[in-house]
Design a protein around this ligand. Sequence first.
Ligand SMILES: O=C(O)c1ccc[n+]([C@@H]2O[C@H](COP(=O)([O-])O)[C@@H](O)[C@H]2O)c1
Ligand SMILES: Cc1cc2nc[nH]c2cc1C
Length: 363
Amino acid sequence: MQEQEERVLNQETDLEQVIRQIRPLDEHAMEQAKKQWNSIAKPLHSLGKLEEHIIRIAGITGNPDVKIEEKALIVMCADNGVVEEGVTQTGQEVTAIVAENFLSGETSAAIMCKKAGARILPIDIGMAGKTKVPDYKVACGTRNFAKEPAMTREQALQSILTGVRIVEEQKKAGVALLATGEMGIGNTTTSSAVLAALLQIDPEKVTGRGAGLSSAGLSRKIQVIRQALALHKPDANDPVDVLEKVGGFDIGGLAGVYLGAAKMRLPVLIDGFISGTAALLACRLCPEAKEYMIASHKSKEPGMQILLKALGLSASLDCDMCLGEGTGAVAFFPVLDMAAAVYRQMSTFADIQVEEYQELGDK
Ligand SMILES: O=C(O)c1ccc[n+]([C@@H]2O[C@H](COP(=O)([O-])O)[C@@H](O)[C@H]2O)c1
Ligand SMILES: Cc1cc2nc[nH]c2cc1C
């Protein structure tokens, strides 16, 4: 028992250290990037959010010479004990099947990554069984939170620290832009529970059909989440407690990815409802981490709007997608590639010898 307490204390210290290393963006680099955009021969600010994203990437890396070369999608794969309660349309076995298909290139996200020139990195952060997916297992799935806490505090901290470690490894491997994704039957139930707990709102407001749940299933899902929140009373001021009581290893791992990205000064794209919930958890642990996040798309899952509002971020794509795996974030890779290409390659007002237009626009 004492040994376990010591391990948890050490993990808490490790997490505090990660958080302490997260710094604000580089204002000087952002000013230079703004100047670069304003010098380009086009109406001022006419590439809208694309300009803002490039400016922010300059602030994140501390370099106004924004290049987006190596891109990678991290897909956290995990199983959720709460699936026992009949809150999903398909069985838990689907998690492992889809997870292995990331390796063979036979998932939507894998095909989209190939098209976008990005690496795909599926991670087994806690699937129930053994697969060929790289093993970073915290445990073989969480417990059923309808009956007991989903995990221990030690496991919650371990999942977050694992996400941080993976980003450190990827930065060393040369990755310059990250996207988040996940695969795990039942993870819209855990996400809705975490979100309702963090925002202290009725689960009904943030619970949807996930991967195609029936109407009867949806009512049950809301009830299961309500009862679990009443049973475990997660502390909204302690995000690790929320993760421990009603979360999942994928959510913990992704929260770690956001913190790791901020620590390593890498921009990171948020995907949909589950990835976004993990982003909010990371922001609750360290509000500065938000500056390193870019929201990609507005998932069709009904809680997404509330989630984006809570994050204070706006998502650029709205394609009625709700697939997960990171597909929305990967769909935004080519858009950012194009923004960076214009930023780097376009002729300036000086090149085309137009001065007045720029001066007018500056006023
Ligand atoms: O990312 C989203 O917004 C999203 C919305 C609905 C479903 N999903 C995906 O569907 C799975 C979870 O759905 P469920 O019904 O099993 O909780 C999981 O593998 C997610 O990747 C993902
Ligand atoms: C087939 C299938 C693929 C998925 N990809 C992400 N979530 C998923 C859920 C199902 C059911």
